[in-house]
Design a protein around this ligand. Structure first.
Ligand code: ADP
Length: 548
C-alpha cells in the first residue's frame, strides 16, 4: 500500500468548540427557563463557561474516560456539559428523565457515573435512585427553578471562581465522547458509547445540503430532548456551524413551542411525530395566530411520520417536513426521506409517498435487509425483512458487551426493524419486529394501519397493536384518540380504512381512549396497550364491525 501523505489530525468535538469561539462568538443561544422567561447569551459566553466547567470538574477529580451524567431538560447549561465534558476527555452520559427511577438507577450504576449534573427541578427524581448508584461521588445542582439547597454543589458557584480558558488536551479521535442508553423496551437498557470521531463525522454529514442543510444563518430548535440520542446530534451541528440555538427547557406543549418558533424566527426544528401532531392540530384551530415564515424544515423522526401529517403541514400551512429514521445505536441518523431523480418531477402523490417513507441512507450509512435465515433480500418494494446497517457511526458493540446477538458475523448491526426496500433504495418501515401483528401466519403492518387511520379528519392519534385471537393467534386492534370536539363511529373508521388497506388487515375492533400511552422518548407504548387490552378480543368475541 502507498500511504497518503496527509496530516493525522484528530476528528474531535474540541475543534468545533474552539471554532465556535473563534468565528461565531456573537451567535446566540436562547433557553426557556421553567418560569417561561428567556435566558440569552452568546457563543463567547458559552465557550467561557464551558472552560470554567472543565476546570471545576477537574478540581472535583474527573479524569479522562470518567462518566459525567446529566439529568436535565434542553438548556444552555446542558450544552456546556455536552462540550466541556467530552473536550476534557471524559464522557457525557445523558440520563432520560422520563424513565422510571428503577431503570435510571440501573443505568447510572451500569454506566458507573461518577458525577451527575442535575436540574434543581429534577432533584426529587434523582433522590429516588441516587442510593442505587455507588459510583456517584458528586451531585452538581443546576439552579433552574430556584436556589440550590444548602450543602449541595451549586453549578453556578462552582463555575464562578474558575478562569475563562482551559487547555483542552489533544484527544485520540477514537476516544469515547458520550454515552446514551437505549430505552430497553426489549430487555435491559443497553449503553451506546459514541466516539469523538463518530460524532464529528455524523455532524459533518448532518450539515450537508442534501441532509439537514444546517448553516450559520439558521436558528435551530431541538425539541427532541438532549437525553434522547443526543437530541439527534442537533447541538453538535449548531456549534459546528455557528447557528443560533433555541432550547425549549421543560415547556414542550404546542403553544409554547409555536410561540418560540415565531418569536425567535426558528428555521429548523426537530422532534418526534407526537409533538408535531399536537402542533398541527393547534395550527389547524388557529391558523393565523403565529407567523412561521422563517421556518425552513421541520425534522420528524423517532417513529413513523404519518403521510397525513406531512401533507397537512404542507397543504394547510405551507410548512416543509423532513422525515428521518435513526436509532440510538447510530449516533442516531440513518436515512432521510428526500426526493431524488425522477421524483422531483413526479405527481404530488408520488412525492408525498416518498417523503413519508423512511427515505434512503445518508452518506456513510449502508443498508440491507435479510430474511429469518440471514439471506439478503431483493430491493423490490415488496419483500419484508429485518433491516441491517453499517457505517462509521453505527455501534460495533454495546458498552459492557451485552446484546452480542444484534451484531452479524459479517459486520452489520441488526436494527430489529422490519422493512421493504424499493429499487431506488427508499426504505419503508412496516414495523418494529416486536410490534408486527402475526395473523394466521401472515404479517400485518401496524404502521400502515396507523398512517391510514391518522388520515381520517377526526383522528388525532392512532396506535395499532396485536390483540390475542382464538382463531388467528393475533388480530389488529386500534386505539384511537379523536381531535378536540370531533368523533367518528367504528363503522366510519372501518369504511375509511377499507379504501386504503387490504380488507383482511382491518382492525377487529377500535378502542376510543383519551390518550395513547407513551414511551420515555415519546413513542406509542404498545407493550402497555397489549397489557391493558391484549385480551379484549377474547373477552368480546364478535366485537368487530367488519369481520366475524
Ligand atoms: P427507543 O425507541 O428504543 O427509545 P431509539 O430512539 O433509538 O430508541 O429508537 C429507534 C427505533 O425507532 C428504530 O429502530 C425504529 O423502530 C424507530 N424509528 C425511528 N425513526 C423512525 C421513523 N422515521 N419511522 C419509523 N420508525 C422509526
Amino acid at each position: 500500500m502507498l500511504t497518503g501523505r496527509m496530516m493525522d489530525f484528530p476528528l474531535t468535538l474540541t475543534h468545533f468548540l474552539e471554532r465556535a469561539r473563534t468565528y461565531f462568538a456573537r451567535s446566540e443561544i436562547v433557553s426557556r427557563n421553567p418560569d417561561k422567561s428567556l435566558h440569552r447569551y452568546t457563543y463567547a459566553d458559552f465557550y467561557r463557561r464551558t472552560c470554567q466547567l472543565a476546570h471545576a470538574l477537574t478540581k472535583l477529580g474527573v479524569k479522562p474516560g470518567d462518566r459525567v451524567a446529566t439529568l436535565s431538560w434542553n438548556h444552555y447549561r446542558h450544552l456546556e456539559v455536552y462540550f466541556g465534558v467530552p473536550a476534557m476527555g471524559a464522557v457525557m452520559h445523558t440520563l432520560n428523565l422520563r424513565l422510571h427511577p428503577t431503570d435510571l438507577g440501573y443505568i447510572a450504576r451500569h454506566a458507573e457515573d461518577q458525577v451527575v449534573v442535575v436540574d434543581r427541578s429534577l432533584l426529587p427524581l434523582l433522590e429516588k435512585f441516587r442510593g442505587a448508584v455507588p459510583s456517584l461521588k458528586h451531585v452538581i445542582v443546576v439552579p433552574d427553578d430556584g436556589p440550590v439547597p444548602e450543602g449541595m454543589l451549586d453549578y453556578e458557584q462552582l463555575l464562578l471562581p474558575e478562569p475563562p480558558h482551559f487547555d483542552f488536551p489533544r484527544l485520540d479521535e477514537n476516544s469515547a465522547a458520550a454515552l446514551c442508553y437505549t430505552s430497553g423496551t426489549t430487555g435491559n437498557p443497553k449503553g451506546v458509547l459514541y466516539s469523538h470521531r463518530s460524532t464529528v463525522l455524523h455532524t459533518l454529514v448532518c450539515c450537508l445540503p442534501e441532509v439537514l442543510g444546517l448553516r450559520e444563518a439558521d436558528t435551530v430548535l431541538p425539541v427532541v430532548p438532549m437525553f434522547h440520542a443526543a437530541a439527534w446530534g442537533l447541538p453538535f451541528d449548531c456549534v459546528a456551524t455557528g447557528a443560533k440555538i433555541v432550547f425549549p427547557g421543560p415547556h414542550l406543549d404546542p403553544q409554547s413551542l409555536l410561540d418560540l418558533m415565531a418569536e425567535e424566527k426558528v428555521t429548523i426544528a426537530g422532534g418526534v411525530p407526537t409533538i408535531w401532531l399536537g402542533i398541527l392540530a393547534l395550527l389547524d384551530r388557529e391558523p393565523k395566530r403565529w407567523d412561521l415564515h422563517a421556518m425552513r424544515t421541520m425534522v420528524i423522526g423517532g417513529s413513523a411520520a404519518p403521510p397525513s401529517l406531512i401533507d397537512g403541514f404542507r397543504k394547510r400551512h405551507d410548512l416543509e417536513v423532513l422525515h428521518a429514521w435513526g436509532m440510538t445505536e447510530m449516533n442516531p441518523l440513518g436515512t432521510l426521506a428526500r426526493l431524488k431523480g425522477d421524483l422531483h418531477h413526479a405527481s404530488a402523490e408520488a412525492q408525498l409517498a416518498a417523503n413519508a417513507s423512511q427515505g434512503f441512507p445518508v452518506p456513510f450509512v449502508e443498508t440491507r435487509h435479510v430474511s429469518d435465515t440471514g439471506e439478503v433480500l431483493p430491493w423490490d418494494n415488496a419483500t419484508m425483512g429485518e433491516l441491517e446497517v453499517r457505517g462509521p457511526w453505527v455501534a460495533a458493540s454495546y458498552f459492557s458487551n451485552e446484546g452480542g446477538d444484534r451484531f452479524s458475523a459479517d459486520g452489520w448491526f441488526k436494527t430489529g426493524d422490519v422493512v421493504t426496500i424499493d429499487p431506488e433504495g427508499y426504505l419503508h418501515i412496516t414495523d418494529r419486529s416486536k410490534d408486527v401483528i402475526k395473523s394466521g401466519g401472515e404479517w400485518i403492518s401496524s404502521v400502515a394501519l396507523e398512517n391510514a387511520l391518522m388520515s381520517h379528519p377526526a383522528v388525532l392519534e392512532a396506535a395499532v397493536f396485536a390483540g390475542r385471537h382464538a382463531r388467528w393467534d393475533e388480530r389488529p386492534l386500534a386505539a384511537v384518540v379523536f381531535k378536540q370536539g370531533q368523533q367518528a363511529t367504528k363503522e366510519e373508521l372501518a369504511a375509511h380504512l377499507e379504501a386504503l388497506v387490504t380488507k383482511w388487515w382491518l382492525p377487529d375492533d377500535y378502542l376510543f381512549i383519551s390518550q395513547i400511552p407513551r414511551t420515555s422518548t415519546g413513542k406509542f407504548l404498545k407493550t402497555k396497550l397489549r397489557e391493558d387490552y391484549g385480551d379484549h378480543l377474547l373477552k368480546t368475541p364478535g366485537a368487530s364491525p367488519t369481520r366475524s
